[in-house]
Design a protein around this ligand. Structure first.
Ligand code: OOG
Ligand code: NI
Length: 270
């Protein structure tokens, strides 16, 4: 598997569901920028058939290695990030998983039922992440039940496996000096920011500042009827150098906790 091909496929699938990302990238380019991707993110469940370690496999095979680990107590999530061993320009990968054992028997049986539907040949392939939703058409009734326990679980149930965001590397934009300039530009162009925890998450002293737009809302065919549900979002990151003059390549759990909320339907109306 080839890394460039893999990211192109992920971007193709992502922009079909996230037209705002393609629009923003084109707006940056029209201003004279070349857009580089800092990282992508993937969501899953800690079931051994689809866990972080399973979804990381193609990336490990393409030269990535695990780096940081992060915990989200309230959201009941765990995450790992991966960096390429030799290609410093390769985007980082952030993969999180829902800790199923911390949820009800009901949630577990819904998720087990979905995972049980995955075709065995698909589970054996290394590109599960390119497969999208690999179980039957979702039920809106079940979606709502999941939503009351975990926004993350409900989102994965509907959206399946994909890159839930790409991230513009603001350090590499030529016509913007910092993240607040980027945010102003996005708002002028009519995009809604995720303001949970503030428009900019993190700080220079934490060596990472991040912002994101709210996820696009797309029509999803449920068993019952068609409903509008959040798909994916676009993120913007600005990284600082540490005392050793090396750029910080990790993530900040407190900031990530708020970035997750970019797909929360409730923020759409606030
Ligand atoms: C990942 C949220 C965290 C970051 O950069 O801190 C994140 C997600 O929404 O799945 O991407
Ligand atoms: Ni991110």
């Amino acid at each position: 598997m080839d890394l460039t091909y893999f990211f192109e496929e992920l971007w193709k699938q992502y922009t079909v569901k996230t037209p705002s990302a393609q629009k923003i990238k084109s707006l940056f380019e029209a201003e004279g920028n070349t857009v580089f991707n800092d990282h992508i993110a993937i969501r899953t469940f800690n079931d051994p058939r689809v866990s972080i370690d399973i979804l990381a496999k193609p990336f490990i095979a393409m030269g990535y290695e695990p780096k940081g680990e992060y915990h989200f107590k309230t959201k009941k999530l765990r995450a790992k990030h991966f960096e390429h061993k030799s290609d410093g320009n390769a985007p980082k990968i952030f993969i999180s998983e829902l800790l199923l054992e911390e949820f009800s028997v009901e949630l577990n049986s819904i998720i087990q039922n979905s995972i049980n539907q995955i075709d065995h040949t698909v589970l054996q392939q290394e590109d599960l992440i390119l497969k999208g939703r690999v179980w039957d058409k979702p039920s809106f009734e079940i979606y709502k039940r999941l939503l009351s326990a975990s926004e993350y679980a409900a989102w994965v149930y509907v959206n399946g496996f994909c890159s839930n965001h790409f991230t513009v590397d603001v350090n590499k934009l030529q016509t913007f000096k910092n993240l607040s300039q980027v945010n102003e530009f996005l708002k002028e162009n009519g995009f809604k920011m995720n303001t949970s925890g503030g428009e900019i998450k993190g700080s220079a002293s934490q060596l990472l500042e991040q912002s994101s737009i709210l996820a696009d809302v797309v029509e999803v065919e449920f068993e019952e009827n068609v409903k509008e549900i959040t798909s994916c979002y676009y993120e913007f990151s600005y990284r600082y150098k540490n005392n050793q003059d090396a750029i910080f390549n990790g993530f900040i759990a407190d900031s990530a906790d708020k970035i997750f909320e970019s797909t929360d339907m409730q923020l759409q109306h606030s």
